[in-house]
Ligand binder design. Sequence first.
Ligand SMILES: [Mg+2]
Length: 182
Amino acid sequence: MAYRRQLREISCRYRVPQRTVAVNPEELAARGVTVLVLDFDGVLAPHGATEPLPEVVEWLHRCAAILGEERLFILSNRPDPLRADYFRREFPGVSFISGVKKKPYPDGLQRIMELSGAAPEQVMLLDDRLLTGVLAACLAGTGIIYITAPYVSLAKHPVMESFFMLLRFAERRVIALAGLLA
Ligand SMILES: [Mg+2]
């Protein structure tokens, strides 16, 4: 895989677990980021939720104040209509992308660049999956913040959350081993 090295480099970058709300929108803006793209599951809330967690809502307001609400995009591989309804109601300027090929295809990020007129280096994606979101960002040439401390709710969805925890662990191991064998 051509992007194996890049994925491994990104995977190894986070010595301290990266949380969504620890991302500082002022710092992003200072680095030239003008468009923020957010995955939903794990990044805004645990799997299966229809609304972002309260601390994330507060953080979204901070991001909107710095970058502008219309510069925020939601790109989830599960574009649930209830989630789209939430954003229409609470953050009407935020675009909820659907009807594009799922990540790791770069189509969603390319659509966002068309809509916003932003260059790849002005776009930052936050995603908790190496082989979907992170890979899509590598393919589209955008920035990526790999959320290595995603939101999980084992109490609500034990089977689904365990499955995704295993998947996140497995993809990190696969990329690390691929690096050793390269
Ligand atoms: Mg996710």
